[in-house]
Ligand binder design. Structure first.
Ligand code: DGY
Length: 324
């Protein structure tokens, strides 16, 4: 009999074909994993789970006694309770190394769109409001030769710095847990503390993973430190930002605008206060969402799962302590 595996919110199911020889894959999409009866039943004998943003906590592990590996189809793994998984001997994996350029393109794209008001002016043209020469009401602000502050200088942060410095002649400030000497050398990035970055940047780009230390990292105090002309960009996770404080900062014109790919609760609901501002550019967590990159991620996630279930070391094991 084939061993059982669950695929959860994995859009490109063609990547699962590689499991067919040994595993029976049960596919779940857009269900509530806390209450869906078929999903809860499947957990009882599933040895592996591959998918996107499934909250894996004590409760789920208690329902899945045979589980050996959860293969996340994303780089971020804030949905996994790693400590609890390690205690239970369950491996966790993610998909770094294949999405950095794609995500950097998207996040630098929304930064540009925000500064140059691309979505707003697209609407201006399409709604027939372009009647004569442009007035100052349509003017935007420059990106080139400005200062970009990057919070979280990992691989995606570095790819953004590359675009900004080499393509747009921007000065780069960054704040990170550790120094990134390669970014300092290649993109002349200057390491500084968070407050200095917030005070001196024309664009503040948040790229840090969501951890207990970074939850609500940017709140009222931080928005007040930013320049009034600053555009705030969030390409990390929604929970790294206090959204109430962001709304307040926009209402009080403490910052110039924002570009957001992530939200505290996703999908963000119609009518959410952040969606009312013309100076806020929004996208639906599209960082890695191109066909080419999503396929590479899904294939890597499946490869990690297969390795974990066939006695090999998964390439992207997050919790190596589990091997002890
Ligand atoms: C990631 O890989 O973490 C992206 O944000 C997609 O979830």
């Amino acid at each position: 009999m084939k061993r059982k595996v669950i695929a959860y919110n994995l859009e490109l199911t063609e990547a699962l074909e590689k499991l067919d020889d040994q595993f029976k894959v049960q596919i779940f999409d857009s269900i509530n994993p806390k209450t869906d009866p078929a999903f809860l039943e499947a957990l009882k004998d599933a040895e592996g789970i591959v998918g996107l943003a499934l909250p894996v906590d004590q409760e789920l592990l208690d329902r899945a006694p045979k589980l050996k590996i959860v293969s996340n189809n994303s780089t971020g793994y804030n949905n996994l309770s790693i400590e609890v998984m390690s205690k239970r001997g369950v491996m966790g994996t993610n998909t770094p190394g294949v999405l950095e350029d794609t995500t950097a393109d998207a996040i630098f794209g929304i930064l540009l769109a925000s500064a140059r008001r691309i979505a707003e002016l697209d609407h201006f043209v399409k709604s027939g409001n372009w009647q004569g020469h442009l007035t100052t009401a349509e003017y935007a602000i420059d990106v080139h030769h400005k200062t970009l502050g990057i919070i979280g200088m990992g691989k995606i942060g570095s790819a953004i710095a590359k675009r900004a410095h080499l393509g747009f002649d921007m000065d780069i400030l960054y704040h990170n847990r550790t120094r990134n000497l390669e970014a300092e050398e290649k993109y002349h990035a200057t390491y500084c503390n968070l407050d200095t970055l917030l005070k001196e940047s024309d664009f503040v780009c948040l790229m840090t993973p969501l951890t207990p230390e970074t939850e609500n990292l940017i709140g009222e105090r931080e928005f007040k430190l930013m320049k009034k002309s600053c555009i705030f960009v969030n390409g990390s996770r929604g929970k790294t930002v206090d959204e109430t404080a962001l709304i307040e900062a926009l209402e009080q014109k403490e910052i110039h605008g924002a570009a957001l790919d992530v939200y505290q609760i996703e999908p963000v609901k119609k009518g959410h206060p952040l969606l009312q501002f013309p100076n806020v550019v929004t996208t639906p967590h599209i960082g890695s969402s191109t066909y080419e990159t999503e396929l590479k991620m899904a294939e890597l996630a499946v490869e990690n799962l297969r390795a974990g279930l066939t006695g090999k070391l998964p390439k992207n094991l997050i919790n190596p302590e589990v091997l002890n």
